[in-house]
Design a protein around this ligand. Structure first.
Ligand SMILES: C[S@@+](CC[C@H](N)C(=O)[O-])C[C@H]1O[C@@H](n2cnc3c(N)ncnc32)[C@H](O)[C@@H]1O
Length: 240
C-alpha cells in the first residue's frame, strides 16, 4: 500500500511517517489498494472505488423517530442518564455514532492503524457539521487492541459492543462493493474467546454482539436473549 497525495502536504507527510507507508505524488495503478490524502481528507481506493467515512450520510438514521427504530438502540436502552459504552471493534464507527446519538459516551477501539486513520478523518469532518459536532464530541477513538485495552480500564462501562469480522462475512454478496475495500484490511477474528472474556471481566451491565442473522454465537456462548433485525442479530449477554 502507498499514500497518494496529489499535492504535497504536511498532513500526508505526517501520516506517511506515522504509518510507515510510502508517500507518492503519482496516481497508483488502478488495481492497487492505496490511501489518498487531499484537501477533502483521507480515503481508501482501488479499481475506481473510493471508501471514505462520511457520518453526514447517517443523519437521517439519527433523527429521533428513526434512531429509536434501530435494533442497536433498542438493544442498548438504559436508564442511566450518562451511560458509557465501549465499542471494542470500531471499524468505521457507524455503530458508535448511533450509540453516541442515543446519549452514550463511546470509547472506541480499532487496532488497524489505517482503518483508525480513516475513522479519525471521518470524525474530524463530522465535527464541522452542526448536527454532528456534539454527537461526535462524545466519541473517543483509541488505536489499540481492545483485548489489551479493556484489561487496563479502571471503570465499569454500561455497555460493550462487539462486532468482530467473522470468516463467513468476507464472502457476503450483501456487503457493498466499496466496503469490500475495507475488508481487505480487516482480519477475521481468531481470538473470539479472549475478546469475550476481556469484555466479561469488565462486568458491564450488558454485552451486545452483532452477528449475521444465522451466524454462530461468539465464542460459542449462548446469550441471555437475541434481538433479530432483517439482516443482523444482536446477541445480548446481561451481566448485572
Ligand atoms: C466488522 S468491523 C466493525 C464495524 C463497526 N461496527 C461499524 O459500525 O462500522 C470490525 C472492526 O473491528 C476491528 N477489530 C477486530 N478485533 C479488534 C480488537 N480486538 N481490537 C480492536 N479492533 C478490533 C477490525 O479491525 C475491524 O475494523
Amino acid at each position: 500500500m502507498v499514500i497518494y497525495a496529489p499535492k504535497n502536504s504536511e498532513a500526508a507527510y505526517g501520516l506517511s511517517e506515522k504509518l510507515g507507508i510510502e508517500l507518492v505524488s503519482i496516481k497508483p495503478d488502478d488495481d492497487m489498494l492505496y490511501l489518498k490524502s487531499d484537501d477533502t481528507g483521507l480515503s481508501l481506493n482501488q479499481g475506481g472505488l473510493e471508501l471514505r467515512g462520511d457520518f453526514s450520510k447517517l443523519l437521517p438514521r439519527l433523527k429521533k423517530n428513526n434512531l429509536d427504530r434501530e435494533f442497536l438502540i433498542k438493544a442498548s436502552k438504559t436508564k442511566n442518564k450518562n451511560p458509557v459504552a465501549i465499542d471494542a471493534t470500531a471499524g468505521m464507527g457507524e455503530d458508535s455514532l448511533l450509540l453516541a446519538s442515543a446519549g452514550y459516551r463511546v470509547i472506541m477501539y480499532e487496532y488497524d492503524a489505517v482503518i483508525a486513520e480513516l475513522l479519525k478523518d471521518a470524525m474530524r469532518r463530522a465535527r464541522e457539521i452542526d448536527e454532528l459536532s456534539e454527537i461526535v464530541g462524545r466519541m473517543e477513538l483509541i488505536n489499540a487492541d481492545s483485548i489489551q485495552g479493556m484489561k487496563m480500564l479502571d471503570f465499569t462501562p454500561d455497555l460493550i459492543l462487539l462486532d468482530p469480522m467473522f470468516p463467513e462475512r468476507q464472502k457476503s454478496a450483501l456487503v457493498k462493493k466499496k466496503f469490500q475495500l475495507l475488508q481487505k484490511l480487516e482480519m477475521p477474528c481468531t481470538n473470539q474467546d479472549e475478546l469475550l472474556s476481556a469484555a466479561i471481566s469488565l462486568k458491564p451491565h450488558k454485552i451486545l454482539i452483532k452477528r449475521p442473522l444465522k451466524g454462530e454465537y461468539l465464542a460459542g456462548k449462548k446469550p441471555s436473549y437475541s434481538i433479530r433485525g432483517k439482516a443482523v442479530r444482536y446477541d445480548c449477554i446481561v451481566i448485572s
